[in-house]
Design a protein. Structure first.
Lengths: 127, 383
């Protein structure tokens, strides 16, 4: 199995995919989930209630609190899917109980924006 | 990851909710980074102090946590949102002051040293070479690994908090010996501190967990901190080595790359006010600034951020008076980065020499940024 579960859980939703890493603290509004970094390709989109597919998190360590705040404000993604683990995303999802899985580059490339997927960390397929 | 029987019990909640939460974070991060076990750490430095960044959810979380949580190792703290000594000069609302105070109280209840500084490596004695620590502030983690001979991953606010509460961290990545597989060759004549900040920003974007940098001469404190700050902002890289590793892949950092980053972060041709200190300034930078400002004074507001203990030393040595005479406002316990003291309602754009500051002023505070090295700021903005 190439898919690695970091934070267990189930989720079903629409994929919002970006090939750019995310700096949660600088680029995401913690109340609404909107991306406010104009250089990011998800600029002005909301990551609320989607399955967020992105390479990995970057930047400030406080981004973990942003992930926790998004969850508390009901603006968090349903689940996150990354190509590479980073401490901000992993610890933020662990505390906020947002399902998080790590997939390979090939799997990442094959996931399409806008499709509906189901994540179940306990099942055989996971995706 | 292998856990001891004690650790396993804590994870199951047999030692209370606080440790269950801390071990949940340690186990998730350990699994993610293929750590075989947890190891003891000697010092945790926490981020997540500023109400501006952690918000109501963070404030409530810490308030609840601190009802029974205590840190298990020496723990220091990042800047918060204001300086109590001059808070009345800024338009912070009652809610902000109350919530910030609550966050401060929560950390103190847990036994954290209220240092409110992003440069712990300049104000505390460093433990012996090779000591495992857990630093969340990105510039501090990079400095600790690269210059301070300590070992830490580029921790998150929660992974460092989990380390503080347990005295442990997963043994992975930079905690083991991690040598860089990429060398960045600097190809720029007469670099200043901003060049190094942009080099860091560039390196952070392309490097893995560590990077070699070649062609650097005379990396002074100001440039070194700028490099650490820039690198921490843009990526996941947590260590640099000043060396040219022959076997590694090479990438050049030249005028063209420099210009690209400058264009990304410099969004204004001028500014309404100046900020210095992201990372906060240490005593030698304050002393430098005082001598650069001899017989000059700023034509605009200039906010200077430094740790409380540095301000106290600077007062004794009269540097603080000299800065104030030249029109600087000295602020402690807070930082340029993510400060609520700069509001886009009052300020259109800010002049700074900090790459890290520029990124967050632009994206979090929503103001324009005019980037200039310190020497140019003093040349243009003083009389």
């Amino acid at each position: 199995m190439t898919i690695k579960t970091i934070v267990k859980g189930t989720a079903k939703g629409i994929v919002m995919k970006t090939s750019s890493p995310i700096n949660f603290l600088g680029a995401v509004d913690k109340k609404t989930g909107f991306i406010r970094d104009e250089n990011h390709d998800l600029f002005q989109k909301s990551i609320k209630d989607v399955v967020l597919v992105f390479p990995h998190g970057i930047g400030s360590s406080v981004g973990a609190y942003t992930i926790f705040s998004l969850k508390s404000n009901n603006s968090a993604p349903l689940a996150m899917v990354c190509k590479k683990a980073d401490l901000t995303t992993v610890s933020g999802c662990a505390l906020a109980n947002i399902p998080l899985i790590i997939i390979t580059k090939e799997e990442f490339d094959s996931l399409e924006n806008g499709i509906e997927i189901e994540i179940d960390s306990d099942s055989q397929n996971k995706l | 990851m292998e856990l001891t029987r004690q650790e396993e019990a804590a994870l199951k909640g047999e030692k209370g909710e606080t440790l269950e939460l801390a071990f949940r974070i340690l186990v998730a991060t350990g699994e993610a980074f293929n750590a075989e076990r947890l190891i003891p750490i000697k010092w945790a430095h926490l981020s997540g102090v500023n109400y501006n960044t952690i918000g109501d959810a963070g404030e409530e979380f810490l308030s609840k946590l601190s009802q029974d949580a205590k840190v298990a190792t020496r723990t220091t703290l990042n800047p918060m949102g204001f300086d109590i000594d001059n808070v009345s000069n800024y338009n912070l609302n009652e809610n902000f002051l109350e919530k910030q105070q609550s966050i401060k109280d929560s950390y103190e209840r847990m036994g954290v040293v209220p240092s409110f500084s992003c440069i712990p490596y300049e104000i505390f004695d460093l433990p012996e070479k090779g000591t495992q620590v857990s630093f969340a502030e990105t510039n501090a983690a990079i400095y600790a690994n690269s210059i301070g001979h300590l070992k830490t991953n580029k921790e998150s606010a929660f992974s460092a908090l989990a380390s503080a509460l347990t005295g442990k961290s997963p043994y992975s990545d930079l905690r083991k010996d991690d040598s860089p597989n990429l060398t960045i060759r600097i190809k720029i004549e007469n670099p200043n501190e901003m060049t190094f900040g942009m080099l860091g920003y560039f390196a952070g974007k392309i490097a893995g967990s560590s990077v070699s940098i070649s062609g650097v001469k005379n990396l002074n404190k100001r440039s070194c901190k700028s490099l650490c700050g820039g690198m921490g902002t843009s990526g996941t890289c947590g260590k640099f080595v000043l060396d040219d590793d022959e076997k590694s892949e090479k990438v050049d950092f030249d005028e063209k790359e420099l210009q690209k980053i400058h264009d990304e972060l410099n969004t204004s041709d001028s500014g309404d006010l100046i900020t210095l200190g992201s990372p906060q300034l240490g005593l030698d930078e304050i002393s430098d600034l005082a001598s650069m400002l001899k017989n000059k004074s700023f034509k605009k507001r200039c906010m200077v951020f430094c740790p409380r203990v540095v301000q106290q030393q600077a007062r004794k040595l009269t540097y603080a008076n000299e800065l104030e005479r030249a029109g600087c406002e000295i602020l402690s316990d807070c930082c340029t980065c993510l400060t609520p003291l700069i509001d886009k309602k009052d300020v259109d754009s800010v002049i700074t020499n900090s790459i890290k500051g520029a990124y967050y002023l632009k994206n979090s505070n929503g103001v324009g940024v005019n980037l200039k090295p310190l020497s140019k700021i003093i040349q243009d903005e003083t009389k």
